[in-house]
Design a protein around this ligand. Structure first.
Ligand code: HEM
Length: 135
């Protein structure tokens, strides 16, 4: 029961983390001075803690499920690598958001145009890996 409850909490934190990332990415595409403080607070107090909780619960699942043990499956190692990349992507867009605030610059951020499709692609592969455990 503990394992299933942990997995349920893991999936909820994943959903909050990913929707928070999408909000920041959309904001960087269509910046607006009025909503900026709210977006920044949401990222600081909701999205980032959700990302940390996703990791903590994921590691707990790994320990409880014996997935860190030899033979736990290549899927797990590859999943962690892809989530590291996704977390770095979050770090990059949060950094650009912070800079926008500091500079008071409300021009669309062309550099992050690819962040949303890349993030989405990563999530599709992550979910396929963990649900099929095919490798
Ligand atoms: C955004 C990142 C993540 C996504 C989208 C994600 C998605 C999922 C999903 C959908 C499940 C349920 C799979 C099932 O019941 O078949 C799951 C389970 C699990 N996740 Fe994650 N996860 C993420 C991050 C992590 C991280 C960072 C770790 C470890 C450090 C991790 C470790 C696990 C483990 C061990 C399970 C249990 C597998 C099982 O019991 O079948 N996850 N994850």
């Amino acid at each position: 029961m503990i394992y299933e409850l942990t997995k349920a909490a893991h999936i909820v934190s994943v959903i909050v983390f990913l929707s928070g990332m999408a909000i920041v990415e959309m904001f960087l595409r269509y910046p607006n001075a009025n909503t900026l403080p709210a977006i920044q607070n949401f990222d600081r107090y909701v999205t980032t803690p959700a990302m940390l909780l996703t990791w903590a619960l994921g590691i707990l699942l790994g320990v409880l499920g014996g997935w860190f043990e030899v033979g736990g499956g290549f899927w797990f190692g590859l999943k962690i690598l892809l989530v590291l990349i996704l977390s770095a992507l979050h770090g990059m867009i949060t950094g650009r958001l912070r800079r926008k605030v500091r500079e008071g610059n409300f021009d669309p951020d062309s550099a992050t145009r690819t962040a949303l499709p890349i993030g989405f692609g990563l999530v599709v592969v992550i979910v396929l890996l963990v649900t099929t455990k095919a490798i």
